[in-house]
Design a protein around this ligand. Structure first.
Ligand SMILES: Nc1ncnc2c1ncn2[C@@H]1O[C@H](COP(=O)(O)OP(=O)(O)OP(=O)(O)O)[C@@H](O)[C@H]1O
Ligand SMILES: [Mg+2]
Length: 222
């Protein structure tokens, strides 16, 4: 991943600048309710993925019903791979919803417009740090809780017949809610198979943390 920070754009007039999706689109997607007002909108960063170009927006929102203002972060993931990009975006959105239905936490996805998926951005991602901690100090409460989540996600993916390339690589760790969320439901996840269950993700987990083999086996069988 190549993180590139772009200049912040904010026009100060209470209108979204050109660098933010239009208010009408934000309303259609449900990012803004019918009564909420957009106070500010700016592009904070762009992220380059292997199959996408991502824009991350910071939105200032006023809710006249509560009299409160709040901040919201939105990610626009634009699929840029070769061919059938709109179909790929729709498939990725569908998988995000499928995982949510199966009890795997995902960033909330609002919808698809052309080849772009709009979803919540998680500004507190700590996946790399938490995975390192599981390897180096598996006995801590945080590592144990995180490992239990990795096992639970692997079991749900296997039951659904998903055969992802590397499910751990596609997880984010939401530092606020202290949980893994499935951030990238793109082609690397593949599609579920209701007939042939899988063991790809539990095997992947065992391979990734060989020192924890006994613990993982014990927990995944209980
Ligand atoms: N909801 C999110 N909140 C915070 N960061 C995110 C979110 N979704 C993605 N990211 C970051 O953006 C990067 C690119 O996103 P993503 O992996 O979905 O793109 P991709 O094009 O599918 O890339 P890949 O080649 O890894 O499949 C991720 O590595 C992750 O660090
Ligand atoms: Mg991907």
């Amino acid at each position: 991943m190549n993180l590139e920070v772009v200049p912040q754009i904010y026009d100060g007039t209470g209108q979204a600048s050109d660098a933010c999706p239009p208010v009408s689109l934000l309303r259609d997607l449900g990012v803004l309710s019918a009564t909420e007002r957009l106070l500010s909108g700016r592009l904070v960063t762009t992220l380059r993925g292997g199959e996408s170009y991502n824009m991350v927006y910071h939105l200032g929102v006023y809710n006249p019903e509560t009299g409160r203002s709040s901040a919201r972060m939105l990610r626009e993931k634009c699929i840029v791979s070769m061919g059938a990009m709109i179909g790929k975006a729709i498939a990725e959105f569908w998988r995000n919803q499928d995982l949510a239905r199966r009890g795997i936490a995902v960033p909330y996805a609002y919808g698809v417009v052309d080849a772009s998926i709009y979803m919540d951005y998680i500004p507190t991602d700590r996946a790399a740090e938490v995975l390192r901690a599981i390897r180096l100090s598996p006995e801590t409460d945080e590592s144990q809780a995180a490992l239990a989540q990795l096992i639970a996600i692997a079991i749900k993916l296997d039951r659904a017949g998903y055969r992802p390339r590397d499910y751990i690589r596609d997880l984010l760790y939401d530092g606020d809610q202290e949980r893994f969320v499935y951030g990238d439901t793109g082609e690397d996840l593949g599609d579920p198979d209701p007939v042939n269950k899988s063991n790809v993700s539990t095997l992947h987990l065992l391979g990734r943390f060989p020192g924890l083999r006994d613990l993982i086996q014990e927990k995944s069988q209980s």
